[in-house]
Design a protein around this ligand. Sequence first.
Ligand code: UT7
Length: 320
Amino acid sequence: MTTRIIGTGHYAPEHVVTNDDLAQFLDTSDAWIRERTGIHMRHIDIGEGTTAMAAKASIRAIENAGISPEAIDLIIAATSTADEVLPNTASMVQKEIGNSHCACYDLNAACSGFVYGLNTAHAFIKSGMADTVLVVGSETMSKIVDWNDRSTCILFGDGAGAVVAARDEEGIESVVMGSDGRSGDIIACDARTMENKWGARPVKNPFMIMNGQEVFKFAVRKVPEAIHELLDQAGMKADQIDHYILHQANERIIASVAKRLGVPMERFPVNLFEYGNTSAASVPILLDEMNRRQLLKRGDKVVMAGFGAGLTWGATLLTW
Ligand code: UT7
């Protein structure tokens, strides 16, 4: 027995900010952003927030799975931009979808968050602790980036993606997860509250800071490594995979991973031109778009992979 994805959904805010819009207040240009990243625009939240987006994506995934919300026995919300410290995002999603009993918790592994969540759901299902798990990645990156820092803010967008994962005979074949906290300062953002009645921890990074070049180097080295580990576990070769659904951070990173794996770029779907980097939401948004366009056929081999702050990485290989 393993874990199959039986439903997908996504949601992105209606408000769109183009590269030209950014060039109105930043020293940048549409040409630079397109050439260096592949991004043309991003959806930006103007007041809904991470929980509401997560709930909308989740409702779509549950409808797509054709199950009752009450059938879900665990909700994992992957986010690093929760609306509230308490209660957790997953419990608020639970309320919105109409489930009143299941376990709920949030997981923060930055841009690897959705893959971490899916792999965790698989562990629960394999151990017999859960049968049906909702995994949702939702992010309001627009509230943690510094809109005066052209080297980071141009990359990010907001949105949510969700899957329903359930016990089945075919599905997840191998998983990889890891982190190297020694490089934690390459992407960082402090929590908003840093003081109590007796003292304060100095706030170093009130908004996200990122060493783009170091993240780039990490991604093009670590993602192929993780995928090779994943393929070895399953006894498969890179060219046997039909779809590589990678975290959508930069088109040049995706192209470099494709080259290193020796797999044509056509097997690496890309939608970052519309969404930018939506962190934990990027993989499930792309997965849902492919599912709804009927680009995923039963039996197809799919690899998903994420990387980000931590520095974390995670990958999953499954049969659709
Ligand atoms: O989920 C993980 C999240 N993070 C990532 O995936 C980030 C990975 N890294 C990247 O995507 C790229 O490193 C960036 C897109 C962030 C930057 O691209 P780059 O090709 O590495 O550019 P760079 O940092 O080497 O900067 C080249 C030049 C610099 O100017 P000088 O020093 O050569 O005069 C920058 O100041 O481009 C300048 N620059 C910009 N120019 C116009 C940086 N950002 C911009 C901008 N518009 N938005």
